[in-house]
Design a protein around this ligand. Sequence first.
Ligand code: AMP
Length: 178
Amino acid sequence: MRVAVFLGSSVGSRPEYAAAAAGLGKCLAEAGTGLVYGGASVGLMGVLADAALAAGGEVIGVIPEHVFSAELAHQGLTRLEVVASMHERKARMAELADAFAALPGGLGTLDELFEILTWRQIGLHAKPIVLVDVNGFWDRLAELVDALADEGFVAESSRGCLLRARDPGELLSLLRVR
Ligand code: AMP
């Protein structure tokens, strides 16, 4: 089992975010679950990969050529795949993963999250998608999606595809029962 994790290429403004990324990396590795991510060594992405590697986990990074230097591609991964574009990165990450999780991040994280969610909405895959919370970080996003559903723009079935976990342990339990 491999989980693709979307998360910030920055560390954010609170130390809790890096702590959560490190906790998730360690937890995945200890559970024997492979990690697929964007291949960067910066921000929460680097923290996550380092923690998974330190705990002996498999880590596959998928990075587009043109962000290779901007995000400082991680050189110590189990495997680093260099692809031609952002679109290829997302497609390849989706192919490699059995499930998706999002930790705090910015616009890139949201782009990746919503693309995978909309792919599920139109039946391109049936893999679980889980928001992993850090101090209620995802509350506002969940409220927005609820509002879109209440206004008749998002089907109940699609709203239900966005799962939530309070911590990495809960993420793993959710994935085990699915
Ligand atoms: P951010 O959440 O903005 O820090 O970005 C997190 C990751 O998403 C980084 O590796 C970005 O390169 C990546 N990213 C940004 N925009 C896109 C996009 N349009 N498609 C795929 N990945 C993206």
